[in-house]
Design a protein around this ligand. Structure first.
Ligand code: ARG
Length: 471
């Protein structure tokens, strides 16, 4: 290095040489991202090493420089793992923090690492690596939750509960069938995450600042080393778009929406007036003033956090809207919503999987009692009359009158005598009582997708196989 060259290096910032006054202190804090992007340090080092190895293979970096960089990065890894690394806001982000430390450790080789690269393609690569790992972890947690649902479905395959429409008792279903409805929602969430992962898994490195680089780089080799399925085909797109993060947040918002539906049901079921389930004390909290209270805080919080995750999706959509090509600093704002989405979804899945696996007790008697009060087998009686030759619309009207009479007498349909029933239709015979019983109603819905216990058991077995095939 010549003397004027080394004078330029005295300065703190990479770009100080071009500036005539130091950056304002508030601006420094305002523009820094190290407080939140340092969690990508492993990805940053991993991508830097892949880049450096490629540069060395291409003859752009010497073997000695590569060895220095590898040695320096090993030291930095150990420092960060041991909590000894000093993160500095003055160094803006995770990338500068690590690069500065590398240079302090190994000298010129550290300064050569950024050859043919920009922070723009570097950060896009880091986020994709980070998100890919996060999706894989979330997929495992989601599978745990799905397994808990299948286990419950197997155990409660024949446990009757009222099925609702408009939150009014509609027809009997089994608790197992109800659990498998959520299994299906989460199975689609898993598919969405898998699909999103394919588009996350493209390599931006090589795009450099925006236009590519003048060095003879080998992007395919870097992609292979980092496990990317392909390179991002256009350099401008590679450094600027964050649609992969938006897609992930959309999948996460839907997943949380499904959790929130389940949460809402748990809250309702915990209400003593309904009492369909009990949630173990370790998932509840009490009140500071009302000694009798046991509150379903976990489902309530999950319901609340769904709004937060959906908000992050909105934040990212609005962040991207109207950004001209290529990279803009706006994109630094992608990380906090994305990271918080990952954290919130992961914690929620972990706690729900645990709660459903071992923290809820089904109260079969309460569900039975609700069924008895709700005329839940009225449709079965109508179907019975249809089988005896009455057109369905007429059967519907006849049963409507039967329900009205039963309601006035304060009994369920099966509480009426045969003679009373026959007053509404002479087609009704002794065999009607098997039809009016909940077990008969359930067993009759015996087709794939139906609530008959045999079908629920078959669906649970198929669900287990699907889980095994996906993992
Ligand atoms: N911290 C920045 C971010 O998260 C890294 C890229 C900065 N690039 C730039 N040209 N200022 O987006």
């Amino acid at each position: 290095m010549t003397e004027p060259e080394s004078a330029a290096l005295e300065r703190q910032y990479t770009w100080d040489a071009r500036f005539s006054e130091p950056v304002d202190a508030l601006v420094q804090r305002y523009t820094a991202s190290v407080g939140f992007d340092r969690r990508m340090w492993r990805q940053d080092i991993r991508a830097s090493l892949a880049h450096a190895r490629m540069l060395a293979r291409q003859g752009i970096l010497s073997g000695a420089d590569l060895a220095d960089i590898e040695r320096g990065m090993a030291t930095i890894t150990a420092e960060i793992e041991a909590g000894r690394f000093v993160w500095s806001t003055e160094l803006e982000d995770v990338h500068f923090n690590i690069e500065k430390r590398l240079t302090a450790l190994v000298g010129d080789a550290g300064k050569r690492l950024h050859t043919g690269r920009s922070r723009n393609d570097q950060v896009a690569t880091d986020i994709r690596l980070y998100l890919r790992d996060a999706i894989d972890a979330i997929r495992c947690l989601l599978a745990d939750l799905q397994r808990a649902l299948v286990t419950l479905a197997e155990r409660e395959a024949a446990t009757p509960m009222p099925g609702f429409t408009h939150l009014q008792v509609a027809q009997p279903v089994t608790f197992g069938h109800h659990m498998l409805a959520y299994f299906e929602m989460f199975a689609r969430d898993a598919e969405r995450l898998d699909d999103c992962r394919r588009r996350v898994n493209r390599l931006p490195l090589g795009a450099a600042a925006l236009a590519g680089t003048t060095y003879p780089i080998d992007r395919a080799a870097v992609a292979a080393e980092l496990g990317f399925e392909a390179i991002a085909a256009n350099s401008l797109d590679a450094v600027s778009d964050r649609d992969f993060a938006i897609e992930f947040c959309a999948a996460a918002a839907l997943l949380m929406t499904h959790i929130s539906r389940l949460a809402e049901e748990l809250v309702l079921w915990m209400n003593p007036r309904i009492g369909f389930v009990r949630i173990a004390d370790r998932f509840c909290t009490g009140s500071s003033i009302m000694p009798q209270k046991k509150n379903p805080d976990v489902p309530e919080l999950a319901r609340g956090k769904t709004g937060r995750v959906t908000g992050h999706l909105m934040a990212l959509l609005l962040l991207m809207k109207a950004q001209p090509l290529a990279y803009n600093k706006d994109n630094q704002e992608d990380k906090e919503p994305l990271f918080d989405t990952i954290d919130t979804v992961s914690d929620t899945l972990r706690i729900f999987a645990d709660m459903l696996a071992s923290g809820i007790r089904v109260q079969a008697e309460a569900m039975q009692a609700a069924l008895a009060e709700g005329f839940a087998t009225a449709t079965d009686l109508a179907d019975y009359l249809v089988r005896k030759g009455l057109p369905f619309r007429d059967a519907h009207a006849v049963v409507g009158s039967v329900v009205k009479a039963a309601e006035a007498r304060g009994v369920d349909l099966s509480g009426l005598s045969l003679a009373e029933l026959q007053a509404f239709s002479p087609r009704i015979e002794e065999d009607v009582f098997a039809i009016l019983a909940v077990a008969g109603s359930l067993a009759a819905r015996n087709h794939p997708g139906g609530t008959a216990p045999a079908q629920v058991r078959a669906a649970a077995a198929a669900a287990r196989q699907r889980l095994a095939a996906a993992s």
